[in-house]
Structures are given as C-alpha cells and as structure tokens.
Design a protein around this ligand. Structure first.
Ligand code: AKG
Ligand code: FE2
Length: 254
C-alpha cells in the first residue's frame, strides 16, 4: 500500500544504486525521431529546483522505447527495503552504459538546452548556469535505470543522494565528477503516478508550501536538484496503465 500520510519522512533516501550488472549492453533503438532544441523549451516547475522539457522524446520514439524496454530483464523490487531506504515497488533494470548515456545527452535536445542555459525564455550566463547546476555540466550519469510501475506500484517519499563518479571522456580517460540533478524521462502517460515534491517551509514556524506535482506525460523530461538541496519526493501509486521512466542524473566536474 502507498503511504497514507503525506507528512515528510525526515531521512529516507532512495536505496543506493545497486552494483551495475556485468551483462551485455542492450541494443538500444536509435534515438530517432527527436525534435530539435529549437522546437523545445526548458521551463521551471519550481524555480531553481525542478525543470521540465516537454516532448524531449517524440511520441513515436517513446512508443518504440517502451516496446524495446519490455524485452529487458526487469527485476521486481526485492521485498523489504534496508533500514533508512525508501519503499519502492516497481520493476527495474539498471546498467552502467556510458555510450547510451552519451547518446541520450547528445542526440536528444538535452545537451543543447542545458548547456545553452535558456530557462523560461531567459538565457543564463556562465555563472548563473554553474550555480543552478552545481558546477560545469559534463553530461549524464552512465548509470541508467529503467522503471516500470504497473497499477498499484509506487515509490515512497525519499531524497536522492549526490554520488561521486569518474566521468568517462571521449579519449578513454575520465574526470572526477558528481551528480547534482536527477533526470526522469517519462515514456508514458498513466493514471496516478505523479512525481510529487514537498518543498521545505521557509522557516520552522511557517506552514509548508503546497506540494508540487508532475504528471507523467509521453516524452516529458523532468530534472530536479538532488543531494543536499533535494526536496522530499515520491512517485505516487499508478492507478491505471503503466508508467515507464528512464532515470539518470546530470553530472558536473568535481
Ligand atoms: O518515478 C518517480 O516518479 C520518482 C522516481 C524517483 O524518485 C527516483 O528515481 O529517485
Ligand atoms: Fe527520487
């Protein structure tokens, strides 16, 4: 059952990423057709905390991906989470795939939109962009996670941690990096399944601001700040259909 109360759980975290599988890379379908960055917009759902890019994946690409992702060996959440880990009830596949992370970054409009730093129609300068993304953006975390939530499945309230990694460069070397924002790319529209964020009250005595909800939409990319400045959030129970998500993170130089 999903949580009844919407009160904030103080220190629940998403379980740390499991060790990437040492299996062959999936034969990911070509990332086409995609819309050019000039046809898309990056807007704030909550300024400096949550960004959205509708139609990052076209609907035909999303449909193609869902059909392909079904063929992957997804694993249903193992029973009880470890102490302190959030309850997540869904089917998941995870792989360390730097080539796919690079394609997802470069062949969709993501790289152009994020590095151009045009948000809500305003172009950020270098300093503003680095402040927003937590440093010099390198690309996407090679740790790719695929989620399928069927009816009744959900991801309980938690925070997402920032992780350190060695970010792979084209020449085979790597740069010290850390993750600063979560990327959720929704491939389907479903009943329920909203990703809901609970902003902190401005002071201890103030009433908590209303939650901010994002409903899964075909091809919609959502980015949210994580690590120290992560808001408590959850994936609400899916009530109809299936919710498919590709998850990665923005990486910056450490
Ligand atoms: O599926 C969702 O809506 C939320 C996923 C999430 O919070 C996570 O991957 O950490
Ligand atoms: Fe999360």
């Amino acid at each position: 059952m999903p949580p009844k109360s919407k009160t904030k759980t103080s220190n629940t975290r998403a379980a740390p990423a499991a060790k990437p599988q040492t299996v062959a890379r999936p034969d990911w379908p070509a990332l086409a057709p995609v819309s050019p960055a000039s046809d898309l917009e990056c807007s704030s759902l909550l300024p400096a905390q949550i960004l959205t890019i509708p139609r990052l994946f076209t609907s035909s690409l999303s449909v193609k991906y869902v059909a392909f992702l079904r063929s992957l060996p997804l694993t249903t959440t193992p029973g009880r989470p470890k102490r302190g880990d959030a309850v997540r009830v869904n089917d998941r596949y995870q792989i360390d795939d730097q080539d796919f992370a690079r394609l997802l970054w470069e062949q969709t409009a993501l790289k152009d939109l994020i590095t151009a730093g045009e948000i809500d129609g305003e172009v950020l300068d270098d300093k503003q962009r680095q402040d927003l993304f937590g440093g010099e953006v390198l690309g996407l975390n090679p740790n790719i996670r695929i989620y399928r939530y069927s009816q009744g499945q959900f991801f309980d309230q938690h925070y997402d941690d920032s992780n350190n990694l060695a970010f792979p460069k084209d020449d085979g070397s790597s740069v010290p990096a850390k993750t600063t924002w979560t990327l959720l790319l929704y491939l389907t529209t479903c009943g329920g399944g909203e990703t809901v964020f609970y902003p902190d009250p401005p002071s201890r005595k103030a009433a908590p601001p209303p939650p901010v909800e994002a409903s899964p939409e075909v091809g919609l990319a959502l980015l949210h700040r994580h690590g120290k400045e992560c808001m408590v959030h959850e994936g609400r129970e899916v009530t109809k259909g299936e919710k498919w998500v590709i998850r990665s993170d923005l990486c910056v130089k450490r």
